[in-house]
Design a protein around this ligand. Structure first.
Ligand SMILES: [Zn+2]
Length: 172
């Protein structure tokens, strides 16, 4: 299974795993700040071992993860959280209905419509992809976490997870 774990900005990592059923990559992110390890989205349940084994190679164990934030409630963003221990889990309450009962207790903290959340992240409710979809902006690193990344189905990455935007913009 093709995976990437790449530092896309200082202390910000992107994890991608190829999902054959969707013919594209699923993505999630890790932000390390002030002794917190914040997982933003988690990938699908069945891909969780790829995420956790990639993190282990960087010396990060799943028990080290202190916070989890879901950009929205689709299964490729929340599936792996059942394998996390005691965490602070956040989601916008407009997406709570998408969350299976057995993991709702992992997502008991609410994201604001607009305003600050965990560490230095700023949250804005988009409400477009799902009713409770949000974006998260990390001002210090200038990284915007928007949930589903821009992809072209069936197309492999050109090399790096982060590339020059001009090429992607032209394709769009
Ligand atoms: Zn989605």
């Amino acid at each position: 299974m093709k995976t990437y774990l790449e530092e896309v900005a200082n202390n910000v990592y992107a994890f991608l795993v190829w999902d054959e059923s969707w013919n594209s990559y699923n993505n999630c992110y890790l932000l390390l700040e002030n002794n917190n390890i914040i997982l933003i989205d988690s990938g699908k349940e069945e891909h969780s071992h790829f995420l956790f084994s990639s993190l282990k190679k960087k010396g990060i164990f799943k028990s080290d993860i202190t916070h989890f934030i879901a950009t929205h409630g689709h299964k490729d963003h929340i599936g792996a959280i059942q394998f996390l221990g005691e965490i602070e889990g956040y989601i916008h309450n407009q997406d709570l209905e998408l969350i299976p009962e057995n993991i709702r207790n992992k997502l008991n903290r609410k994201l604001p419509d607009i305003g600050p959340t965990v560490t230095n992240l700023e949250c804005v409710l988009l409400g477009h992809h799902t009713k409770g979809s949000v974006l998260l902006y990390h001002r210090r690193s200038k990284v915007l976490f928007c949930g589903d990344h821009i992809c072209f189905f069936g197309e492999p990455l050109s090399g790096n997870v982060v590339d020059i935007g001009v090429c992607e913009k032209e394709k769009i």
